[in-house]
Design a protein around this ligand. Structure first.
Ligand code: FEO
Length: 394
């Protein structure tokens, strides 16, 4: 599959893997995108995960028609892109591995290279392949410290690695104009962003600043759709998410052992609805993987967390969610807290302590009840919901 002049797609889909990084569910699979430039000189940009496509080297060889691979450009060292480096070196022993100083520091811990295979570049260097001329921009922490992107000045192609990537295998079409992006890719892209890149949103903004003014006709990420018709669309989405911009709506997440905290969560959602909020998601954290919850946190401005007391702490599944929120650290969210208890208020108390620790301001104190929520317990929810709605509409 040709992307542009002499630039071939040699990536693959992975529908076998259940969990990306052994952590994030992949119901629609994932793609590992790799690009081969068969110019006067030949270059491979990133590889694929080891074992995901036994024909990978054959595919490269078929395009090269007996010519050697001269350069292997490593934009990012995470093994979903780099774990075929050893195989590529075995097939093409004289290949020059092209990357930056930080990559080579880390690379020696994975795939020790002989000195003659190392081709170290710095930001702004140009690698002339013939028709194509490649340059490099360092984008540390998008999403490891060594990460860089490669830019083809001839056809204005940005090989962006994890940036602008997405979960979701490429089902047939690989370009933005050959798929219905809204069908599932947009949700899968936001889930990927929030799960993998979101923690580094400030570094994404720094990368945007570095690339400002660079004309881009194609965005070729290392996961997901390739953008050739409307690259501005994916740029706008990543810009929005890395600025923590979100839409009006509330995510009400609860942990409940016997349904009482769930009942309170339902009542809160009903109150939010009565006050005109149309987008409300009520989620049982024991049933929904945290991956999807993080994605919705990146979508909605309002977040309401509630937990029953569990021994003397919040419920373990809510503890897991709050741990993940602490890691990804979304900003500018309106946070409400609620909880139920039998003999102490550990659920809400723990949530309040967590919010203070991660410096997320809590709106409207916290709504609490003992045992089962009775009518008098539910009365507090009108003011609680009103304060949340007022805050979100400020
Ligand atoms: Fe797709 Fe950070 O690797």
């Amino acid at each position: 599959m040709i992307i542009s002049n002499k630039v071939h797609y040699v990536g693959t889909n992975d529908r076998k893997k259940h969990l990306f990084e052994n952590n994030w569910p992949l119901p629609y699979g994932v793609s590992y995108n790799s690009y081969l430039i068969a110019d006067e000189h030949t270059a491979l940009i990133d590889t694929i995960e080891y074992g995901s496509n036994p024909d990978y080297l054959h595919d490269i060889d078929a395009i090269l028609e007996g010519r050697p691979l001269e350069y292997l450009i490593v934009n990012h060292l995470e093994p979903d892109h780099s774990s075929m480096i050893g195989e590529v070196l075995r097939a093409y022993p004289s290949v020059k591995v092209v990357s930056n100083c930080k990559t080579f520091q880390l690379l020696q811990n994975y795939y020790p290279l002989r000195q003659e295979n190392i081709f170290q570049i710095k930001e702004g260097d140009v690698l002339e392949l013939g028709y194509h001329k490649l340059t490099f921009v360092l984008v540390p922490w998008v999403h490891w410290p060594e990460t860089m992107v490669t830019y083809d000045t001839t056809d204005q192609i940005l090989f962006s690695c994890d940036a602008f990537g997405s979960f979701g295998a490429l089902d047939g079409g690989i370009f933005d104009d050959t798929v219905n992006f809204e069908l599932f890719y947009e949700n899968e892209m936001r889930r990927y962003y929030s799960n993998i890149v979101g923690k580094w949103s400030n570094m994404v903004q720094k990368a945007f600043a570095k690339l400002a003014g660079v004309p881009i006709k194609f965005i070729c990420p290392s996961h997901g759709v390739i953008w050739r018709e409307n690259p501005g669309k994916v740029l706008a989405l990543y810009d929005k998410w890395s600025r923590y911009e979100a839409q009006e709506g509330f995510l009400v997440c609860y942990a409940s052992m016997y349904g009482n905290t769930e009942k309170f969560a339902e009542a809160i959602a009903k109150k939010l609805s009565e006050k005109g909020i149309k987008e409300i998601r009520v989620i049982d954290v024991s049933k929904t993987h945290v991956s999807y919850i993080l994605s919705d946190i990146w979508k909605y401005k309002g977040l309401v967390l509630g937990s029953c007391a569990y021994n003397t702490e919040m419920h373990p599944m809510m503890a897991m969610l709050t741990h993940e929120i602490s890691i990804s650290a979304p900003k500018n969210r309106v946070l409400g807290i609620f909880g139920g208890s039998s003999w102490n208020g550990a659920g809400a108390k723990d949530l309040r302590a967590w919010a203070e620790k991660v410096k997320m301001p809590v709106t409207a104190g916290s709504a609490e009840f003992m045992g089962r929520p009775f009518a008098q317990d539910l009365e507090q929810l009108d003011a609680f919901a009103q304060a949340l709605v007022d805050e979100i509409r400020k």
